[in-house]
Design a protein around this ligand. Structure first.
Ligand code: DGT
Length: 230
């Protein structure tokens, strides 16, 4: 994207108050969402919003992510409630650039993580109902822009190895079965479309590839992400 094009986009944006082209990057734990976002750092005039995991790990000195993994029955509701708040903050954060790239969304929190906790009874039906009501209320009353979803599709066994290798302390107890279930929930949401709402068209990338080959796969999305902004 040339500087001239970006400059003209920005002036168009301020003149017409045009919204940025908004992309959610989705995929299983360890699918490379952060790496994908980092790939786009080379382009100017893109707003990159990485997932607020660090906020989940330190809310006034409390590690909510750790509490949730150690005692899910007790902490899932608290954790998901805070995830929703931090995600909503990302959705609502204005971007003065032609493109806004976000890691995950309120939708994956609801359709993958909360859905999983509801199905395996980690959440009491009453807790699930409250989270779901919040989700519906937000959806119907607060504009959430979405123009494209990039789905970093992976095999559970591959991301499982990556998770073990990166050794994020909270995730050490995560079993392969959890990763497999999260994989199915991503597929049901983004490929099989079991939920009525899929907020934007989905671009599927092969994120099983290792780091030396993944750049070419990422490049496949540049055209869609950058060109749409012109
Ligand atoms: P990446 O860059 O693809 O490796 O992404 P990760 O693994 O850093 O990011 P993500 O969102 O897949 O996972 C971050 C951690 O937070 C992971 O332990 C799963 C957890 N997590 C993320 N969102 C939610 C959520 O809505 N609910 C629950 N229970 N966990 C979540």
């Amino acid at each position: 994207l040339s500087h001239l094009t970006v400059a003209s986009n920005i002036s168009k944006m301020s003149a017409n108050n045009v919204k940025p082209f908004t992309v959610f990057v989705e995929g299983n734990i360890g699918s490379g969402k952060t790496t994908f976002l980092e790939h786009f750092r080379q382009f100017e005039d893109i707003t990159l919003l990485t997932e607020p995991v660090e906020m989940w790990r330190d809310l006034k000195g409390c590690n909510l992510l750790e509490l949730m993994y150690k005692d899910p029955e007790k902490w899932a509701m608290t954790f998901q409630s805070y995830v929703s708040l931090t995600m909503l903050d990302m959705h609502r954060r204005p971007a003065s650039t032609p493109v806004k790239l976000m890691e995950r969304s309120l939708f994956s929190a609801r359709y993958c993580f909360v859905e999983h906790m509801m199905r395996n009874n980690t959440l009491h039906p009453a807790q699930f109902a409250v989270l779901d009501e919040w989700f519906r209320f937000i959806q119907h009353n607060i504009p959430i822009d979405a123009d494209l979803i990039v789905y970093l599709k992976t095999s559970p066994s591959i991301v499982y190895q990556r998770i073990k290798k990166r050794a994020r302390s909270e995730e050490q107890c995560v079993p392969l079965s959890y990763i497999e279930e999260l994989h199915r929930l991503h597929e049901d949401w983004l490929i099989n479309r079991i939920h009525a709402e899929c907020p934007a068209p989905v671009l599927v990338l092969d994120a099983d590839l290792d780091l030396s080959q993944i750049t070419d796969e990422y490049k496949r999305s540049e055209h869609q992400i950058l060109r749409k902004a012109v």
